[in-house]
Design a protein. Structure first.
Length: 227
């Protein structure tokens, strides 16, 4: 039986807009299997990013539960949620969110340094970050700052950063939306390979049909429900 690492149970999300209450998610049920690549598609405004943020404990649902490896994350306090995100979840966004004053190696090191004990954090984090950057083809670009890297290179740095703490689940929101076709396919190829070699499951929000075709599972968010 395939192991389920994350389960969304009847997730609902409402937003207040003036005097109106808008229900974006209307009871989403969703299971993520270990070592799987999952794509979520849907029109703009359907709530894909909202669902991703709820799964990553960046946002709370109006009602419903997220169960991660047997833990109901809505019962965690803020400190527990921060530790959970740092150690269990990797996040990749359309806009790379790299710190401009740090080079590629330092950007990738940051989550590992936060999670390690102070006595061992620097060298162990540096070694892990360097190994990941080499895996994503940036061995010779580690000392470059984001402004000196192409869009594709910056997204590779972002993927390496998301993987540095060996997350069980990586969530990606339009990770190739700002890249040209060739670069997008190279980046997605890295993600697919990493899902196999790192035992990491991926959930990807995307409009890219080619990326969808390479996924293990496809879900369509429509009218507040996931099909």
């Amino acid at each position: 039986m395939d192991e389920i690492i994350l389960e969304a149970r009847n997730i609902k999300k409402k937003f207040r807009q003036g005097d109106r209450e808008i229900e974006v998610l209307k009871g989403v049920d969703f299971k993520v299997k270990r070592n799987s690549v999952n794509s979520i598609i849907g029109v703009s405004g359907a709530g894909k990013s909202t669902l991703l943020h709820i799964m990553g404990a960046l946002e709370k649902p109006t009602s419903g539960n997220i169960v991660f490896d047997g833990m109901e994350i809505q019962n965690m306090n803020n400190d527990e949620l921060a530790g959970f995100r740092n150690k269990k979840i990797g996040l990749v966004f359309q806009f790379f969110n790299l710190l401009p004053e740090f080079n590629a190696l330092e950007n990738v090191m940051l989550p590992a340094m936060i999670s390690r004990e102070s006595g061992s954090r620097s060298q162990a984090s540096r070694d892990k970050a360097a190994a990941l950057l080499e895996e994503v083809g940036l061995k010779d670009r580690m000392n470059h700052r984001p402004a000196d890297l192409s869009g594709g290179e910056q997204q590779r740095v972002a993927i390496a950063r998301a993987l540095v703490n060996d997350p069980v689940l990586l969530l990606a929101d339009e990770p190739t939306g700002n890249l040209d076709r060739e670069t997008a396919m190279a980046v997605y190829g890295i993600m697919i390979e990493m899902s196999r070699s790192k035992n990491t499951s991926f959930v990807v929000v995307t409009h890219d049909e080619e990326l969808v075709r390479q996924s293990d599972y496809l879900f369509h968010l429509k009218d507040g429900k996931l099909l």
